[in-house]
Design a protein around this ligand. Structure first.
Ligand SMILES: [Zn+2]
Ligand SMILES: [Zn+2]
Length: 140
C-alpha cells in the first residue's frame, strides 16, 4: 500500500472505500459526539483531502448532526467518515475503519474538555491477551 492509496470499510463488509491521497493528519477525539456516535471512549481519525474517497462497495448512511455529516454502515453501524462543512477542504476517515489502522498512529488528542474521567487510567489497568476473567454469577 502506498502513502497515497488507502482502503477501508465497515465490520460486516457491506460498505468499502478507497482513498487516493496522502494522509494529512491524525488525531484522537474525545468529544461527546464522537463518543456517542461510536460507542467508544474516544475515536481515532485520519484526515484526507475532500473528494479523495470513493465508495467501492455499497453506500453508507449519512447522519447530519450538529451541522456535521457522519457516514456509517446502515447494516452493521460501523462509523466510517466525518465531514464538517465549516472545514470544507478536509474530511476524516475513522482510523479503525481503515484496513491497516496501526499504520495511522495518532499525532495528538483533541476535545479533552469532553474526556471521560477514567480514560487516562486505561493504560494502567490489568491486561489480558484475550478475554478478561468474567465475574461469577451466583444462584438467583
Ligand atoms: Zn457494515
Ligand atoms: Zn469528536
Amino acid at each position: 500500500m502506498s502513502d497515497e492509496f488507502h482502503t477501508g470499510g465497515c465490520l460486516c463488509g457491506a460498505v468499502r472505500y478507497e482513498i487516493r491521497a496522502r494522509c494529512l493528519q491524525t488525531t484522537v477525539c474525545h468529544c461527546e459526539d464522537c463518543r456517542k456516535a461510536s460507542g467508544a471512549p474516544f475515536v481515532a481519525w485520519s484526515f484526507f483531502p475532500t473528494g479523495s474517497l470513493i465508495w467501492t462497495r455499497g453506500n453508507p448512511k449519512l447522519l447530519l448532526h450538529a451541522e456535521r455529516e457522519r457516514a456509517f454502515c446502515g447494516e452493521c453501524g460501523s462509523p466510517l467518515t466525518f465531514f464538517d462543512p465549516a472545514i470544507p477542504d478536509l474530511f476524516e476517515a475513522n482510523t479503525n475503519s481503515l484496513d491497516n489502522p496501526s499504520g495511522y498512529p495518532p499525532a495528538d488528542q483533541c476535545w479533552l474538555c469532553d474526556e471521560l474521567a477514567w480514560t487516562p487510567h486505561v493504560s494502567a489497568l490489568p491486561r489480558f491477551d484475550q478475554s478478561a476473567p468474567l465475574p461469577e454469577v451466583g444462584p438467583p
